[in-house]
Design a binder for this molecule. Sequence first.
Ligand SMILES: *Cc1c(COP(=O)(O)O)cnc(C)c1O
Length: 409
Amino acid sequence: MIRRGHGFLNAPGPTHIPERVLNAMRRQAIDLEDEELTAAIEHCFSGLKPVFGTTQAEIFIYAGNGHGAWESAIANTMSAGDKVLVPQTGHFSTGWAEMAESFGIDCEILPNDLRVATDPAKIAACLDADKSHKIKAVMQVHTDTSTGVTHDIKAIHQAIAATGHPALYMVDSVAALGTCAFEMDAWGIDVAVTASQKGLMCPPGLGIVAASARALEAHKTSTAPRRYWDWSQRRHTAHYRAFGGTCPEHLIFALDEALRMIEEEGLEAIYRRHFHLAEAVRRAVDVWAEGGALGIHALHPAERSNGVTAIRTAEGIDPVELRLLVRQMMRTSVAGGLGQLRGRAFRIGHLGDLNEPMILGSLAAVETSLEMLDIAHQKGGVTAAIDYIAGIKKTELAAARAALREKAA
Ligand SMILES: *Cc1c(COP(=O)(O)O)cnc(C)c1O
């Protein structure tokens, strides 16, 4: 198959990798003692802290992925026989809980309608009922990539704090970090986990964990089996120890450059860009939805993710075929349904290194495919996205012109 020009990658991970990050990796391996590597490693550890919203936490970087980071969070703080509370968010709360179970941990699942965010009051009620403090941690997913629902990590912290229960607060922000606010210190988060290939704009290959002082304290008495993931092994200034062996140099050069890009743009601007791109996608989907065959899965607008939109499809529509055609014929990757939504949804990722024309291109590819497959939809989704983006850009343009005038005056 001849393929000209660019395609678009709109999976919610791995995400589009910026040229600057690709170029940072296009180099020879270097000596593990080389000062240039040391500087890149140090920048990765220090540069991740503002992204996590922490000055206090300790960061661990693994050659691994989000699943590795999950395992690190569990293996370093828990012991067999411990109990954890896992609010049900979708495919990823299930996956994290299954991993905990394989460590002999008793998971109390807090059931939830997957179209809405976790109710913090329900978490508080579970903790209040746990008079003997058997629950050692709350394991909360920030954005469940399977549903496109973003859970209110700050409100859940406030609810947990109000109970006075000592459970650790562990948050999977693999799909949310770098797309919306994350304040590890201010929100009382004890363990935060992420991976390199989503909002951080890097290739897959790094799992990242941030641990609070309370988590490091719990680590001392936790007896879960661990070696590669062991925080104690890794709290070492020698990089060979900090990485549990050879440092994944090229991924570190990638992350070093990606963090530089994040610093240049600024976190607030990054979150704003993500919101605008997400909103453009939602405007388009809402128009298509008028045809009656599809719609945004997340019920409440305020709970819709900045990073991924899950789109339910009606009975009789095959999202697997849609996804295949969009990829093969329109060079645009969207993701399929996961967990309860397998075969009943597709997902448009809109996180990481993306801009407006890229999103408009992806939306146009999807709309073309809806048309091609005769899937009932209202035409004009892309036009709605254009209208929304034009409105935002108009405001930006006016502000830029006003600033210029002010400078000239
Ligand atoms: C992608 C993802 C994971 C898993 O990350 P991997 O790097 O694929 O192991 C975990 N949780 C969430 C919310 C994710 O989006």
